[in-house]
Structures are given as C-alpha cells and as structure tokens.
Design a binder for this molecule. Structure first.
Ligand code: ADP
Length: 390
C-alpha cells in the first residue's frame, strides 16, 4: 500500500472549515508542522488561546479526515493555543519559522534579547527551581538517576515534580509505576500523575509510544511547553526534567526553552561517554545554564557473592573529566542488579531499599543538588526568565 503524502494530508484538511471564520483551516494558517513517516501522520492545530478547549471537536474532525485517507496508519493532531494575532501560524504554514524560529526563547543570566520583545506568561509559575538531568547518549542510566534523585528529595519533604522530556522514549511512567491517563484539572489543565510523593508528567501518558517517534522539532517543543504550562504543577520546590539523551539541536532548544536553574550530566566511565560529557557541558554553557555537576553511573561492580569490586571501565573517568572541565563531581553509582530490577519494575531503590548504600549514594547527590539549587537562586526564588516572542 502506497504511503500517504504530506500534500494529501493538507488536501484532506483543506476541506475543514474554521467554525469562527468559515475559512478553510489550511488557508487560515491553523495547520502547521505536518509530518508523515511510514503512514504515521502528525500535525499541529493552532488556535487562539481564548478558543482553547472549545476547539477539541475541530481537532477530532482533523484526525478523522486524515484517518480516512488510504495508507494512513495513525494520526495525531496536537492542539496548541499558541496562535497570536497577526498570523504567526500562517508564517509557519508557509514554511517559515520552523524549529527555533517561531519559538519562545528565554535568556538566562540576563542576556539581552531583541528590543520590543513581549513578555509571555511564565511557563512554571509555582516552581522554585528546575533541574535538568541530561546525558550524552541513551542507556547510561539517566532516567534511573532522575527517578532515584527525585524520590530521595521527596523523602526529605521537598516538594518535587518529575517532567519526562524524553518525548522519543518516555520511561519515567514505568519507573514510577504510573499508568493510565492524567485527569483534567480545569478546562485546559491536566492534573499531574503522582507516586512516591512525586508529581509526574510524561508524553507517555498522552500518546502511544510509537506515535511520538514521528514528531519533529516544532511538535516536540509544543508538547513540552504544554507539559509545563498546561499542567497543574502547583507549588514545587524542585522540578526535575529528564531530558532526551544526546547533545543535538533538540536538546539545545529544550535547554533554552525550559527555564532551567541548573543541569546534571549522567555518564558511564567509558571514554566515549566521557567525550559526550564534554559536549553536554558545552551545550549548557552555550545557553548559560549552570552545571550543577556530573554523576558517574555504572561506575564499578561489586560481586554480591564474594564482595570483590571490579572496575569494568575506566572507573573515575567522569570525576577526572569533571575536574578537568572545572565542574563538580556529584557522586558515583555502581552497576548493580538491584538498581536495575527495582528501576525497571517501578520500585526505585531509594524507596524500596532505603538502607542500602546505593540509596545513600542517591540521597547524597539529591542533597548536593538541593543546596546548589538554593544557592543558584540566592534564596530569592527562581529568577524570572525573560521570555520573548521571536
Ligand atoms: P537512560 O535514561 O540513560 O536511557 P535508563 O535509566 O533507562 O537509561 O537505564 C537503562 C537501563 O540500565 C535500565 O534497564 C536501568 O534499569 C539500567 N540501569 C541504570 N542504572 C543502573 C545501575 N547503576 N546499575 C544497573 N543497571 C542500571
């Protein structure tokens, strides 16, 4: 069966009329970011903020129209209330303003932005500090570290949230033993899911895993912004953001878009991974986000039978790299079967084996991060990020 094309998708959507103007939604510039991959279709429906929830039937109609096309396997229409008067959406539909061009940016460290910039509503108004957990590549234990740090903070009565920004491989719901869908908290807001004292939001609650895989930059950014702005996070001391692995453009844009107080980089001790640490540090420095430090995961192995300690890779490599680059080393976590099984079963070791030395190691890292976040804020609460329309 021939796969559907982008033009066919736009043609199907062109027949749908904007209920307010009576104009085609395509001609009216409401559709942007159309992505077609192997029969999986994604696009964004942009509506005026004031029309928000009332447009849900329109979103459904869009999905239904595209589903009827031959060769379509799945359709996801993401509704965003980002549309501004003056046809910003139109620019995008015409191919301008892709990726970062249309985006909100915010300057860290008081960097100047274009004159005449408008102030947009803050994305996370009740959140004091936002800490990113990042890694140069996948599989180094970034999410496991994020979850165990979050649970360690919750155990200290820190009000903590965990935002799974890993749109392409959301594993936080499983690691926190959360499933199902978040409830609506208001007309346009979702209530975060919660377990182990941690509020959590993940794209994994909202779409099937394979659907998010086809999203490209602009859709990912919109989903991410919605998971910050349209979620009732309430008052939080710390929001931990589990970033997608890697140091490419997507991560850089996220590091810019999320109002980060600081970042933690998780690495294994292999030389290749350490090169990525350097890239990760550079990435955050480029956007003026302070590096809170580096964690070495799968640092060494202790045989549970005989207690022999084996250093599988160049143990201590992350510590050396951190020192060489002038950033703090936060701690090392061994390669351990209990860490893996508890993490994969949604029962983090900090919660289920709090007396273990591994839980202690996570608690130490969490405690260092709380201190670093507090001193980054200077006790005055999170500095207001300057958000500008570009
Ligand atoms: P990432 O987020 O970097 O892709 P994950 O946190 O998903 O990595 O971890 C990848 C796998 O490695 C998971 O199965 C996890 O349980 C396991 N893992 C993570 N850290 C450790 C550790 N210190 N010891 C043993 N297994 C670990």
């Amino acid at each position: 069966m021939a796969s559907v094309t982008k033009d066919q998708v736009l043609a199907a959507l062109a027949d749908i009329l904007d209920p307010d103007t009576g104009q085609s939604i395509v001609a009216g510039g409401l559709i942007s970011g159309v992505v077609v991959r192997d029969g999986n279709v994604g696009f964004t429906l942009e509506v005026d903020p004031a029309r928000g929830a009332a447009m849900e039937p329109l979103r459904k109609a869009c999905e239904a129209a595209v589903e009827r096309l031959s060769g379509v396997l799945s359709v996801t229409a993401v509704m965003t209330a980002e549309r501004q008067a003056g046809g910003r959406a139109q620019d995008r539909a015409q191919g301008h303003g892709q990726a970062q061009g249309h985006a909100h940016g915010h300057a860290h460290g008081g960097q100047a932005q274009a004159a005449g910039a408008q102030q947009a509503p803050e994305l996370l108004p009740g959140v004091k500090s936002v800490i990113a957990v990042a890694s140069g590549k996948g599989g180094v234990g970034k999410s496991t570290t994020a979850v165990n740090i979050a649970t360690a903070m919750a155990a200290r009565n820190v009000r903590v949230g965990l935002l799974d920004c890993d749109i392409y491989g959301p594993s936080i719901p499983r690691m926190l033993n959360l499933s199902g869908q978040p409830e609506m908290a208001g007309e346009r807001t979702l209530r975060p899911m919660a377990n182990y004292g941690i509020k959590c939001m993940s794209i994994g609650f909202l779409v099937a895993e394979d659907t998010a895989m086809i999203w490209r930059g602009p859709m990912v950014m919109q989903a991410l912004e919605q998971m910050m702005r349209d979620v009732e996070w309430g008052a939080l001391d710390v929001l931990i953001c589990d970033l997608p692995p890697g140091t490419g453009d997507a991560q850089l844009t996220m590091a810019q878009r999320v109002p980060l107080t600081g970042a933690v980089i998780v690495s294994t001790p292999q030389d290749i991974a350490l090169l990525d640490v350097t890239r990760g540090i550079n990435m955050f420095q480029q956007v003026n986000v302070p590096i809170f430090g580096v964690v070495e995961n799968m640092s060494y192995y202790v045989c549970p039978q005989c207690g022999h300690r084996a250093e599988l890779f160049h143990h201590g490599g992350a510590r050396e790299t951190a020192h060489r680059l002038g950033v703090d080393f936060l701690g090392e976590i061994p390669l351990d079967l209990d860490i893996r099984t508890t993490s994969d079963a949604g029962r983090p070791i900090v919660v289920t084996q709090p007396e273990s030395p591994h839980a202690g190691a996570y608690r130490q890292i969490a405690s260092a991060l709380i201190d670093k976040a507090a001193s980054a804020l200077g006790g005055a609460g999170r500095p207001q990020p300057r958000i500008v329309m570009m």
